[in-house]
Design a protein around this ligand. Structure first.
Ligand SMILES: Cc1ncc(COP(=O)(O)O)c(C=O)c1O
Length: 371
């Protein structure tokens, strides 16, 4: 007999993390593997960032700054907002979960797209609220009109993932602004821009500018992807003061650890080095996309650091292809774990990792790869 738990727990979808490199090596008897499954950066933190982490180790007997003042000030500067318009969290994921805790009650709803990031159904269930999952438009992007139409008096939160994970489809700032104009000013909207850095569109970043003045908008960003700090867990939100107050009310006092704070702050001091990494990820995304096109592999053109693809042979199963790639030491994500059965999601890695993926894909799918 176990402990008695909240009735809400049963409704929380189980999140299946991808396989670790060690698990795959042990299972398939491999000496090395390439992991392209979790949309991580292939680059370690910058040397200057490693240095401040090293320096910070000696101070870990002290609690961190609970208000993350230095980091929030730097982010406030970057986004031309007041510090009171910045939230910092243990990954942007924490801020997303906190949005659910702070805004939802039983009987209320949160509207999000489907398929999209796995945490969104989680926060509805955790709060005992109802998640309204609005199917994506045929192009794999948010159906913003359908999402606006789903809003009613029970709606407390609307989440837009832009670019969307797992499809990588981007909605322009104009489209988002038009969508915001359809909604009441007191209805909270969270635009999750975890993959913002990889967007190849001239209006990239404009939604965060809207968040300076819109009373109901929060834009979340992360140091996990372009900045390569996912192991430390640090993300942030820019939004109205009422959004930030709501998030602050539910967080624990020391939610962002000390090393995460100094590492994120130092990363912000090296924009050119970070941009060079992003540029490489985008050019590798273009190269992998071109190779898939040449191989006749159907995929969704992406603005993220990942690509959602289908098996080249319509008769073959994504599950089987996933397993065949694992046997060759290439870990990608099975789309069925992401709400996209019949697909695979591959993260853009370092050039050699992408080569390994393309070679393995060509071999297992029986495709002749042109060089
Ligand atoms: C769409 C989206 N949002 C948020 C996150 C969470 O990022 P983190 O908590 O590492 O900042 C992820 C992670 O993969 C994501 O895909």
């Amino acid at each position: 007999m176990g402990i008695r738990t909240s009735s809400r727990i049963a409704g929380i979808p189980h999140y299946e993390p991808g396989l670790t490199m060690a698990e795959v090596m042990a299972e398939y008897g491999l000496e090395s593997v390439v992991k392209l499954a979790s949309n991580e950066s292939p680059f370690p933190p910058l040397p200057e960032v490693k240095a401040v982490i090293d320096e910070g180790l000696g101070g870990l007997n002290r609690y961190p700054d609970g208000a993350a003042r230095s980091l929030r000030d730097a982010l406030a500067d970057r986004h031309a907002v007041d510090r009171a318009q910045v939230a910092v969290g243990n990954g942007s994921c924490e801020l997303i979960v906190h949005a659910g805790v702070a805004l939802l009650d039983p009987g209320t709803t949160v509207i999000h797209a489907d398929p999209s990031f796995a945490m969104y159904p989680h926060l509805a269930a955790e709060a005992g609220a109802e998640g309204i999952a609005v199917p994506l438009a045929p192009d794999g992007g948010h159906d913003l009109d359908a999402m606006a139409a789903a809003v009613d008096e029970r709606t407390r939160l609307v989440i837009v993932c832009n670019p969307n994970n797992p499809t990588g489809v981007y909605r322009s700032a104009d489209e988002i602004e038009r969508f915001l104009d359809l909604l009441p000013d007191d209805l909270a909207v969270l635009v999750d821009e975890a993959y913002y850095d990889f967007v190849s569109a001239p209006d990239r970043g404009r939604v965060a500018v809207l968040a300076r003045t819109r009373p109901n908008l929060l834009v979340t960003r992360t140091f996990s992807k372009a900045f390569g700090l996912c192991g430390l867990r640090v993300g942030y939100g820019i939004g109205s003061q009422s959004w930030i107050r709501a998030l602050d009310a539910v967080r624990q006092p020391f939610n962002t650890n000390q090393l995460a704070q100094v590492a994120a702050l130092e990363s912000l001091r090296h924009p050119a080095a970070i941009q060079a990494r992003v540029d490489e990820a985008i050019s590798e995304r273009d190269r992998v996309s071109a190779a898939l096109r040449e191989m006749g592999v159907p995929f969704t053109p992406s603005h993220g650091n990942f690509i959602l693809m289908q098996p080249p042979d319509p008769g073959s199963e994504a599950r089987v292809l996933h397993e065949a790639l694992l046997k060759r030491g290439v870990i990608v994500r099975d789309g069925s774990a992401l709400g996209c059965p019949g697909t695979l999601r591959v993260t853009i890695g370092a050039p050699s990792e992408n080569d390994a993926f393309l070679a393995a894909l060509a071999a297992v799918a029986g495709i002749h790869q042109h060089s």
